[in-house]
Design a binder for this molecule. Structure first.
Ligand SMILES: Cc1ncc(COP(=O)(O)O)c(C=O)c1O
Length: 346
C-alpha cells in the first residue's frame, strides 16, 4: 500500500470488496453474440437509470464518446462543442481522425455552451458542411468539476430541437452533477439524445463506461464499437463491478463533495492559496499556483515530497480530486502538507 494521499483523479479508485466478489461470481457468455447475462443486466440497469431505451457497455469513456459521435454523424460534418471539453481537449482528435468531423467551438465559460453561438452556427448553413451534433459535458472536467446548470442544458436542448440536431452528453461524471443539483440523473439526461457515463471514476469500478440512447441509436453504435475494436467477449467479469458501482456507489458521492469543500476551505485559509469555494461544485478543486510564485510542476514536486499527489492542469494550474479512497484524515494531511509548503516559502 502506498502512503501517498492520491488526489490526482477519481480514476485512481480501487474496486470495493463487493465488486471483487461480484466479479468472481459473475455469470458470463460471449457478449458479441449478446449472450453475456451480466453485461446485458448492466446495460439494462444503465438504460433504466438514465431514462433511455438502451445502453452499450464500452471499455472506456473515450470509446463511448467516439462511438457516439461516429453514430450521430457522417464524416465531413460539423459538431458543436466547448473548447475545454474532454472530447476536444483530450480524446486524441478522435472527433476528427475517427469520426471525420470538424469541431465548431461555442464556449460560454464554466463548461457551458453559448446558446446564441450555437443558434447562429445552426442558422448559417450556406457554403458550409452540415452541423449534425452538439456535444456537452456535465460535470465539466477542465472547468474544475463544475456543474453545467440545467437551465443551460435546457436552452441548448430547445435550440437543438428546433433545428433537429441531436445532443450527446459526455456525462463521465453525470452522477456527481445530479448529486450536487439534488435531482434524479434523468432530470439531466432528458435534455440529451445520448449520454456516455463512466463507471470507473467516482463510482470506483475498475473498468468501463456505458453509452445510452434510443434502441435504434445503440444498435448502430454497436457497429461503431466493433470498428473501434471494442466488442468484448466474457466481459461480464468486469461488468459485474459496474452493476455494483451503479447500485452501491452513487449515493456516497456526496461524501467526496463534502471532502472537497472541507479541503478547499482549509486550503483557502493559507497564505497564497486563492480558491473560490463557491466554484467547488463537486469533487474537484482547481488552484492557480501564481500567488505562490510557483509553476504547477514545481508545486506538484513539492507536494509529492510531502506525500500528496496532484494533477498538473496547465502551466499555473493544479487539480485536486477527492474520491472514495481519500478519507477525512487524508484531507487533514493534505492541508498540513500545503501549510508546511507555504510556511517554508515565507
Ligand atoms: C469528462 C471526461 N470524459 C471522458 C473521459 C474519458 O474516460 P476514459 O479515461 O475512460 O477514456 C474522461 C476521463 O478522465 C473525462 O474526464
Amino acid at each position: 500500500m502506498s502512503n501517498f494521499v492520491d488526489l490526482r483523479s477519481d480514476t485512481v479508485t480501487k474496486p470495493t470488496p463487493k465488486m471483487r466478489e461480484a466479479m468472481m461470481k459473475a455469470e458470463v457468455g460471449d457478449d458479441c453474440y449478446g449472450e453475456d447475462p451480466t453485461v446485458n443486466a448492466l446495460e439494462e440497469l444503465a438504460a433504466q437509470k438514465l431514462g433511455k431505451e438502451a445502453a452499450m457497455y464500452v471499455p472506456t469513456g473515450t470509446m463511448g464518446n467516439t462511438a457516439a459521435i461516429m453514430t450521430h454523424i457522417q464524416s465531413g460534418e460539423m459538431v458543436i462543442m466547448d473548447s475545454e471539453c474532454h472530447i476536444y481537449y483530450y480524446e486524441m482528435a478522435n472527433v476528427s481522425s475517427l469520426a471525420g468531423a470538424m469541431p465548431l467551438l461555442a464556449s460560454a465559460g464554466e463548461g457551458c455552451l453559448d446558446p446564441d453561438k450555437v443558434e447562429s452556427y445552426l442558422l448559417n448553413t450556406r457554403h458550409r458542411p452540415k452541423t449534425s451534433l452538439i456535444c456537452m459535458e456535465n460535470t465539466h472536467n477542465r472547468a474544475g468539476g463544475r456543474v453545467v446548470p440545467l437551465e443551460n442544458m435546457e436552452s441548448i436542448y430547445n435550440i437543438a430541437q428546433k433545428f433537429e440536431v441531436p445532443i450527446h452528453l459526455d456525462g463521465a461524471r453525470v452522477f456527481n452533477a445530479a448529486t450536487t443539483i439534488g435531482v434524479d440523473v434523468k432530470e439531466i439526461s432528458k435534455y440529451t439524445d445520448s449520454v456516455m457515463f463512466c463507471l470507473s471514476k467516482g463510482l470506483s469500478a475498475p473498468v468501463g463506461s456505458v453509452l445510452t440512447g434510443t434502441s435504434k441509436f445503440i444498435q448502430k453504435a454497436r457497429i461503431a464499437r466493433n470498428r473501434l475494436g471494442g466488442a468484448m467477449r466474457q466481459a461480464g467479469v468486469i461488468a459485474a463491478a459496474g452493476i455494483v458501482a451503479l447500485q452501491k456507489m452513487v449515493d456516497r458521492l456526496q461524501e467526496d463533495h463534502d471532502n472537497a469543500r472541507t479541503l478547499a476551505k482549509g486550503l483557502a485559509e493559507l497564505d497564497g492559496i486563492d480558491i473560490d469555494i463557491e466554484k467547488v461544485d463537486t469533487n474537484m478543486i482547481m488552484i492557480d499556483t501564481r500567488p505562490l510564485g510557483m509553476k504547477a510542476e514545481e508545486l506538484a514536486g513539492e507536494l509529492n515530497k510531502r506525500g500528496v499527489k496532484i494533477s498538473i492542469y496547465g502551466l499555473h494550474t493544479i487539480r485536486l480530486v477527492t474520491n472514495k479512497d481519500v478519507s477525512r484524515s487524508d484531507i487533514s494531511l493534505t492541508i498540513e502538507a500545503f501549510r508546511d509548503l507555504v510556511n517554508n516559502l515565507t
